[in-house]
Structure formats: structure tokens, C-alpha cells
Design a protein around this ligand. Structure first.
Ligand code: PEP
Length: 255
């Protein structure tokens, strides 16, 4: 079902005490959410269970992991499985963030495998896609993003799409302070929806939640979220301060 979501990706920030204080601050100012307007918090692995205990009685707030292993269990030192993540209280996992693709050489094949193991273990997937600046400058961003989605997701069966959220995050806008214009975001989101419509049919595409990510903040969230095909945001830097994250959640509530 298509819903609006504001998701905060803490990346490698916040120890347990800092994370606790941040979540407490968010919960203090949180408006009443509903099935159509939800919040997801993605702390580091080590904070997942603690964050879950903080939010478990709050309706429509969920915990996400920022990554999961391609494997289910075994001799994979340093890895964390989708099963462990789900067991610790998360209901989502972010897969394919550009930082994972770039710094940890995560390939399309690995991301497809991670998506499978996440879904098999009952997690919903926030699947990231987005082009680097060179691709945007060359004007081939639609093809680039389409190829990422096909490689990572299009092996899935129709019924699995209910557990997929797509996050469009142009790499040139992540952590740079440079946001895609609302027109650029809308154009790409409409393209993404059309790609899903061609593969899975219009009803599935219409039900798909597509988030925008890249220097989203309280001052630009309302304009971005007003776009017809933008269903909320995946937020990095601005998710680390309760008042900024709440400002973005407010923009979702008004949209
Ligand atoms: C992100 O990394 O997912 C992101 C959107 O970061 P920022 O909001 O800081 O650009």
C-alpha cells in the first residue's frame, strides 16, 4: 500500500546514550501518525534493540537497519544477518545506499541477494537508487536508475512488491547541501513509477512508496513532498537533530 514515510538514516553516528536522547526528543514532539503516514528510524546495528524498546509502544514508528548481510548465518566475521536484525526489533532494512555501493563495493548482484534474504526474514526493504553527478550531467540518469532497479529488484514476484519502498537519492545531493529541485525529483519519481508499471502493472506501481533523499531539510521538505510522486523522504544529516527531523515529519503530515 502506498504510504508516506519519513525515514532517518543515522549512518555511523550516535552512541547508545546519544541515540537514546535523540529518540526521546523525537518522541516528545511527534505528531499523531497513522497507517498512511509513518516514521522509520535507522540507527547503527548496535542501537537497534534499544531503539526498538523506546518506540515499540508508539504506533507507526518503526526501526530499520542500514544494511544486512547477503548470508543467513555462518562463518562471516563482522556480518549481521537479516534474521538477527528482525529478531532485534527492526522491521525495515536499507539496502543499496550509495555509500555501501561506493565504499564497500556492493554490486547489483549482492543487493539483489540482500533484498531476498531481507524479505525471506520478514523485513521490509528500503531500496536506494540514484545517479552520480557525471551521469546527471550526461543526461542519462533515467537509464542509470532504471538499470539499478532492474538489477536489484526485478527478479521479485509481484506479491513481494508490497514490502519494497524505493528511495531515490541522487548522489550529487547526498550530504552536499545541494538538493534536487522539486521538478527534478518529481520527474525521476514519475520515471521510477513508470518503470515499475511496465514490469508489474499500474496497480503495483501506484501502490509503491517512493522516497526522495539528498539534503532534505525542514526548509525544502514541504515543496518536495508536495510533488505527486514523492511519498516522503530518506533523511541523513537532518535526522540527527530531533527538531529538524520533526520539522520534516511535519512537512509529511501537511502533504
Ligand atoms: C542519505 O544519506 O540517505 C541522505 C539523504 O543524506 P543527507 O540527507 O545528509 O543528504
Amino acid at each position: 500500500m502506498r504510504k508516506k514515510i519519513v525515514a532517518g538514516n543515522w549512518k555511523m553516528n550516535m552512541n547508545l546514550d546519544e541515540g537514546h536522547a535523540l529518540v526521546a526528543g523525537i518522541l516528545k514532539g511527534l505528531p499523531e501518525l497513522n497507517a498512511d503516514k509513518q516514521v522509520v528510524i535507522a540507527p547503527p546495528f548496535i542501537n537497534i534493540q534499544h531503539t526498538f524498546y523506546q518506540i515499540e509502544d508508539v504506533d507507526y514508528v518503526h526501526v530499520a537497519a542500514q544494511n544486512c548481510s547477503t548470508e543467513n548465518a555462518g562463518a562471516y566475521t563482522g556480518e549481521v544477518s537479516a534474521h538477527m536484525i528482525q529478531h532485534a526489533g527492526a522491521s525495515y532494512v536499507i539496502i543499496g545506499h550509495s555509500e555501501r555501493r561506493e565504499y564497500y563495493n556492493e554490486t547489483d548482484a549482492m543487493l539483489a541477494q540482500k533484498t531476498d534474504t531481507a524479505l525471506d526474514n520478514g523485513l521490509k526493504v528500503i531500496f536506494c537508487c540514484g545517479e552520480p553527478l557525471s551521469v546527471r550531467d550526461a543526461g542519462t540518469e533515467n537509464d542509470y536508475v532504471e538499470a539499478q532497479l532492474k538489477a536489484g529488484l526485478f527478479h521479485l514476484h509481484k506479491h513481494q512488491l508490497a514490502n519494497i519502498v524505493v528511495a531515490y537519492e541522487p548522489i550529487w545531493a547526498i550530504g552536499t547541501g545541494r538538493t534536487a529541485s522539486s521538478q527534478q525529483a518529481q520527474d525521476m519519481h514519475a520515471h521510477i513509477r513508470s518503470v515499475f508499471a511496465a514490469q508489474y502493472g499500474q496497480a503495483i506501481a501506484d501502490g509503491l512508496t517512493i522516497l526522495y533523499g539528498g539534503s532534505c531539510k525542514p526548509s525544502n521538505a514541504a515543496e518536495l513532498f508536495a510533488c505527486a510522486d514523492v511519498d516522503g523522504g530518506l533523511i541523513g544529516g537532518a535526522s540527527l537533530k530531533a527538531e529538524e527531523f520533526l520539522g520534516i515529519i511535519d512537512a509529511m503530515m501537511q502533504a
